[in-house]
Design a protein around this ligand. Sequence first.
Ligand SMILES: NC(=O)c1ccc[n+]([C@@H]2O[C@H](COP(=O)([O-])OP(=O)(O)OC[C@H]3O[C@@H](n4cnc5c(N)ncnc54)[C@H](OP(=O)(O)O)[C@@H]3O)[C@@H](O)[C@H]2O)c1
Length: 318
Amino acid sequence: VEQDIKHMKTTIIGFGNQASAWALNLRDSGHDFNLLVRSESSMIRAKELGFEARLIGQIDFDPSECFILLLPDQAHLAALKILEGKINPDALIVLAHGHSFAYQAINQIYPSFNFALLAPKAIATELRYNYQHKKNLGAVYSLDGVSQEKKSLVRTHLINLARCIGITDGPFESSMKQETDADLFSEQTLLCGLYPFMINAAFNFLVKKGVPAELAYYECFEESYLIMKSLHQLGPKAFFDMISPYALVGAHKAQSMLIDQHMLEKMEQLWSEIQDGSFEKMAHESASQLLIRQQLNNFWSESSLYKTFVKINGENSI
Ligand SMILES: NC(=O)c1ccc[n+]([C@@H]2O[C@H](COP(=O)([O-])OP(=O)(O)OC[C@H]3O[C@@H](n4cnc5c(N)ncnc54)[C@H](OP(=O)(O)O)[C@@H]3O)[C@@H](O)[C@H]2O)c1
């Protein structure tokens, strides 16, 4: 592991959420890397954690073979434009999410670079926490943008890199588009859509039936966390072995009534909107983003679930 990382001279670009977790984990794994950032503020954040960063604008040339691009996905193109000419034309660019490759075709705009993916399936704080506490962490990788003759070397490098940032499960191979679309479909759409709105619908339903809001809040909001925590810890089989007979019957009834052909057809529709790019177009347009943000902001500010959340948790919780 160590030999391979030491052989491929590496530079992390950016010092945001993922970059700080990657940098801390790599350092604790005993591996050297350079750090390139855009602004003084990133430089200061890095310094506070003991890292020496250089400004992208001030370097003439960085001879590293591997650049880990840990910037917001919308910033990848702009960053590559600045880096082009300042790094080796056939450098390996490692992404932590496939979005800019799948939807902005960065490999076609910059065909001489090799683009690979190492996507931890965890938010940055979890990447750091799980590394420190030796807990499991999963990731996927892709070699979609890597030239044929470099694939084997890059695969080894990515797997070693994964171990050094604390990935214990996998990394599993996927394509850039599969990683991006699965993330858009599940995390960004179904999970962020269904959980809050399903909790809200159940809460409102109970309140309408005369149940006190505080009780409805505990039953719908707090319980959803406890259930997800147990499901996650035990896995689906042991979870269902453990729950009460009432929950067993309830779960069977609810899932057979709610997850029907109609719902599967809606999933099909969401998937095709992701695949044909219309989802991407909408998410990219700042006007539609702004409108939806305002609508949801008003919706949640006015919601009884939010007001009950604040009442129970206090103003400081928001
Ligand atoms: N967050 C997650 O949970 C998560 C999980 C898995 C994968 N990922 C992926 O990891 C990558 C990084 O995400 P993140 O959430 O860590 O990003 P982030 O925290 O928003 O990144 C902020 C950093 O990007 C820099 N930056 C922004 N625009 C730039 C530009 N045009 N040129 C140069 N630097 C620029 C900022 O520099 P300044 O301070 O100078 O503005 C700052 O250092 C993304 O590809 C994301 O999809 C994220």
